[in-house]
Write a protein that binds this ligand. Structure first.
Ligand code: NAD
Ligand code: FES
Length: 288
């Protein structure tokens, strides 16, 4: 079985949206879940959070940033090309219910997985305040979609080119300091953002949820590759998560485990970038 790409576009520099025909995955998808794809039988398996799904069209959208060899290969694929595997939906769906006012925070590429949650929390009857941020205005993704789906949208850029000049966490702090009654905060983005957000919201006593992105292999609880420590207990992000109580996550362990294969990843990427150079000797698994 293969999965046809029916739409592909670059939505920010090196950030791509891909809509894939996968009716069974679309039918079963819920906000907060992810898929694992493989380009062909020799490729690495990569987990990506579902950015949108359309049951009528039978499509699932993913958004990814070109970071390593596989995402660079994925970025070169076009409409009508086919992916070998597209497995999902995986993970436990987000616990979306009517709570009151919720703040949904997306940092950088993390805005993509926040988008289906914004829609789900609003559909469940919540007031949704979205806060999105990026290094600069050109890297902000899904701004129009987030605006349409939220009751309020706040923007932050690190360089001040749009919205608040600073981090998304500054904006969340301002909202908390305004005294508005916030029932829950959901934060998705780079691990350092989630760590800083967890530390910032803890003194306010507001429930804070993060979506963790450790290294994943099988995505079904078999390999242990995605283990994280939450409240002193080992959890598998692929089946117990990916969402967890931010105030209980050991972010330092998450970040050190994410860095474990950095040397291999850089070597692989270097091999991929030199694959047309006849004098270059491949040092990664061989298949480029
Ligand atoms: P980035 O580094 O550009 O940061 C995006 C935003 O996060 C910043 O604009 C800022 O508002 C906030 N932020 C960053 N550092 C912060 C800090 N120290 N304190 C407070 N706020 C901070 O992000 P990017 O390059 O788009 O993101 C790439 C990373 O996001 C990758 O590591 C990727 O794996 C991760 N990611 C995670 C998920 C997930 O499910 N958790 C989903 C997509 C991407
Ligand atoms: Fe293997 Fe989670 S990815 S146990």
């Amino acid at each position: 079985m293969s999965y046809r790409i029916i739409e592909k576009k670059e939505i920010a520099p090196i950030v791509h949206l891909m809509k894939v025909l996968a009716p069974d995955v679309a039918r079963a998808s819920k906000a907060g879940q992810f898929i694992i794809l493989r380009i062909d039988e020799t490729s690495e398996r990569i987990p990506l959070t579902i950015a949108d799904f359309d049951v009528r069209e039978g499509t699932v959208s993913i958004i990814f940033q070109e970071m390593g060899k596989t995402t660079k290969q994925l970025a070169k694929m076009s409409e009508a090309d086919e992916l070998q595997d597209f497995v999902g939906p995986l993970g436990t769906p987000a616990d979306v219910r009517k709570l009151g006012t919720v703040i949904l925070v997306g940092g950088g590429v993390g805005i993509a997985p926040v988008y289906p949650q914004v829609k789900a929390y609003r559909e469940a009857g919540n007031k949704v305040i979205s806060v999105i941020g990026a290094r600069n205005k050109d890297l902000l993704i899904l701004e129009d979609e987030m605006k349409a789906a939220s009751d309020e949208l706040h923007i932050a850029t690190d360089d001040g080119s749009k919205g608040h000049h600073g981090f998304v966490t500054d904006v969340v702090k301002q909202i908390l300091d305004s005294g508005e009654d916030i029932a829950r905060i959901v934060v998705i983005g780079p691990p350092i953002l989630m760590k800083v957000a967890a530390g910032m919201t803890a003194p306010y006593g507001v429930e804070t949820i993060v979506s963790l992105n450790p290294i994943m292999i099988d995505g079904t609880g078999m390999c242990g590759g995605c283990r994280v420590s939450v409240g002193g207990e080992t959890k598998f992000a692929c089946v117990d998560g990916p969402e967890f109580d931010a105030h209980k996550v050991d972010f330092n362990l998450l970040m050190s485990r994410l860095a474990l294969y950095r040397d291999e990843e850089s070597r692989c990427l270097e091999d991929h970038d030199h694959k047309h150079d006849p004098d270059h000797k491949c040092t990664c698994r061989g298949e480029n």
